[in-house]
Ligand binder design. Structure first.
Ligand SMILES: [Zn+2]
Length: 275
């Protein structure tokens, strides 16, 4: 009897754990324009799932150059992006389209292409894989480039220069263009997320394209939500992890990003707690 009761409690605990871990729902196939074999995506997330992603990805970085900011990093002004193509495959227009897609998806980014001699806030350099090591060496110096390559074995990279308060001054991304659509699209979408201020990776997060074990190649609903949070006026540059954690529940609720954020495992009425 006691053993059965214990076992029932144990099963219930397991159910609750798995429901909490896999509450993401409404799976949809990759959007048109994705590379062949691009993964499907979940499109509805709980507040807990979004909070987890934001706290993991908006703080810290694999590569820090210059002044280190412990808090949130992001742009606070209009962002002008320029694409410079020197690779053997011309994908400039494709990247400009991706930039336009981000601008529409996250209006608070205030993102547009740099015109004429405009100084750019984000530079995207399109290069061949064989030029990658040289390109980052000439941009950051031999020591930094070597340390980076040793540490991450990356195919593409982004460096974000921000001031002490966390305001981004300039981002530069290197994107490989000659290794097929999958590598190109994955790099382009991934590196732009870094350029906007989601600097980190989380290889345990199954929804973000900033999981280095995944190849995604399109703007996921999950990452769009994280960017929407980052560019909400309440998320100021320099905000600490603890401050962000306190702000997020209300912010996610106000933005309507979570679906059934407080959903109980057996609650049939999804989103029943929304007003
Ligand atoms: Zn990355």
């Amino acid at each position: 009897m006691t053993r059965h009761l214990l076992s029932a409690i144990f099963t219930a605990a397991l159910l609750m754990t798995s429901a909490a871990a896999f509450a993401a729902s409404d799976k949809q196939s990759a959007p048109p324009g994705s590379f062949d074999g691009a993964p499907a995506q979940y499109t509805r997330f709980t507040a807990t799932e979004l909070t987890r992603g934001f706290l993991a990805l908006a703080f810290g970085s694999d590569l820090s150059i210059g002044a280190k900011s412990k808090g949130v990093r992001r742009f606070t002004h209009d962002i002008r992006a320029r694409v410079v193509s020197t690779g053997s495959v011309n994908r400039k227009t494709a990247v400009e389209k991706i930039i336009a897609e981000y601008a529409v998806a996250v209006p608070n980014l205030r993102l547009r292409l740099a015109q004429g001699d405009d100084e750019a806030d984000i530079t995207v350099r399109l290069i061949d894989e064989g030029d990658f090591a040289n390109a980052i060496e000439s941009a950051f110096g031999r020591e930094t480039a070597r340390a980076f390559v040793e540490k991450t074995d990356a195919q593409c990279m982004t460096s974000v220069r921000s001031d002490r308060d966390g305001e981004i001054a300039h981002s530069i991304s290197f994107v490989i263009v000659d290794q097929g659509d999958d590598v190109f699209l994955d790099c382009a979408y991934h590196e732009l997320l870094h350029a906007f201020g989601l600097s980190n990776h989380d290889d345990k997060n199954p929804w973000t394209m900033l999981n280095q074990e995944r190849q995604v190649g399109y703007l996921t609903v999950y990452d769009r939500s994280l960017l929407t949070i980052l560019y909400d006026p309440r998320i100021e540059p320099g905000l600490t992890h603890a401050q962000a954690r306190r702000l997020l529940p209300k912010l996610i609720h106000d933005l309507g990003l979570a679906d059934g954020g407080h959903r109980a495992p057996h609650d049939g009425a999804l989103g029943g707690n929304r007003r």
